[in-house]
Design a protein around this ligand. Structure first.
Ligand SMILES: Nc1ncnc2c1ncn2[C@@H]1O[C@H](COP(=O)(O)OP(=O)(O)O)[C@@H](O)[C@H]1O
Ligand SMILES: [Mg+2]
Length: 356
């Protein structure tokens, strides 16, 4: 799968920009703050329908404007498709997002079926060293773009969790009865079990991917997934404690995921504790490559890899590992200067001038 061109209108710092990619290995060069990450955010939007960094839709619209458009042509198996996303400021501070495929407005669900990509940013190292919440979010990011039911379950699960926790407070204050919990308990169990099932399958896939990896360091990685299983009986049992605490003690919002290095001699093989920064970065790269393989397995098309400011941080062997992947994927890499190594490797170098 590849992205042929991208057009940004009033998106972030770009009033009007058109970039032709049409090659496989693309290097985007530009000084700090010229808008390299913003450009990748635009591409990401076409794949995920949402941003990896904006907290609100309005943030992505050029200051002083009331709409933004991101448009791109993607090509897969010789079929060309134009994707367009429009972000609009509506009345009373609200914003809306509209999705178009080949000029026809579509629900987000259908829009997401067309273009697949993934991003690797320097911040992603926190996937290992950060809180468990970060790793759960990543599992969600991998799964929800492929599986609409997962997305629905996630939304309904979180809604039920908020409602149940609110109710727990009211019960503690004698303002509601325990019987009212039943409805939310059912919603949590039904949706929560689906989330756990799918997360288990994904982790199984990742571990197989690691076992079969050509790279020796990746071969000894293992993802350890400890789901916080959820059933009506378990919720029933934890009810008194939950009422005391005002929050729900079991369920996939409490899932724990660690990445272990089998070669570490310590009892606890968690890479977050024992791995050097370089090893941690490599492990995150491994997770991203596993994500790419998972996307390929599910869609039969190779996702576009977006690497933001990460390439020059990788050492020689890590760059080699990535280049092996480059063989079969389109890769769009940003950097402030030309990375060392063979220059001819880059099929296209695009300079983003300041003030574009
Ligand atoms: N909505 C917006 N409108 C105009 N400019 C924006 C908007 N959001 C961010 N910017 C500007 O974009 C620039 C940062 O772009 P970024 O893509 O992070 O740069 P780079 O990755 O090249 O360092 C900043 O100068 C910021 O002020
Ligand atoms: Mg940047």
């Amino acid at each position: 799968m590849r992205l042929n061109w991208l057009k940004l209108t009033n998106f972030r710092n770009y009033q009007n920009l058109r970039v032709n990619f049409a090659r496989k290995n693309i290097l985007l060069l530009g000084n700090n703050a010229v808008g390299k990450t913003n450009l990748l955010e635009g591409i990401y939007l076409l794949a995920f329908g949402k941003s990896f960094k904006a907290e609100t839709t309005a943030q992505m619209i050029l200051w002083g404007k009331d709409f933004a458009v991101v448009e791109g042509e993607v090509e897969s198996k010789r079929e060309k498709i134009t994707l367009l996303m429009q972000l609009k400021k509506e009345k009373q501070g609200k914003t809306s997002k509209q999705f178009f495929v080949n000029g026809v407005q579509k629900p987000r669900k259908e829009f997401l079926q067309t273009f697949f990509a993934l991003i690797f940013r320097p911040e992603d190292i926190r996937l290992l060293s950060g809180s468990p919440q970060r790793r759960r979010c990543w599992l969600n990011e991998v799964l929800e773009v492929l599986d609409w039911r997962y997305r629905q379950s996630l939304r309904l699960y979180h809604k039920a969790l908020v409602q149940r926790n609110r109710l727990l407070d009211l019960i503690r204050e004698n303002k509601a009865s325990r019987r009212e919990l039943f409805y939310w308990d059912n919603a949590l169990v039904k949706n929560g079990q689906y989330l756990i099932e799918e997360r288990k399958k994904l982790v199984g896939f990742i571990n197989l991917f690691f076992q079969n990896a050509a790279h020796q360091f990746l071969r000894q990685l293992k993802v350890n997934y400890l789901p916080s299983s959820i059933t009506l009986e378990k919720l029933q049992r934890s009810q008194p404690a939950d009422i005391q605490n005002g929050w729900t003690g079991c369920g996939p919002h409490r899932d724990v995921l660690t990445v272990e290095g089998e070669n570490f001699a310590a009892a606890d093989k968690n890479i977050a504790f024992w791995g050097s920064r370089g090893q941690q970065r490599l492990a995150v790269l491994g997770l991203k490559l596993a994500q790419a393989a998972f996307l390929f397995e599910k869609t039969k098309t190779k996702p576009v890899l977006l690497l933001d400011d990460i390439f020059s941080e990788l050492d020689q062997s890590q760059q080699e590992l990535l280049k092996e992947t480059f063989v079969s994927h389109q890769v769009i890499v940003t950097a402030t200067e030309m990375p060392s190594g063979e220059k001819q490797f880059w099929e296209k170098v695009i300079f983003l001038p300041s003030g574009s």
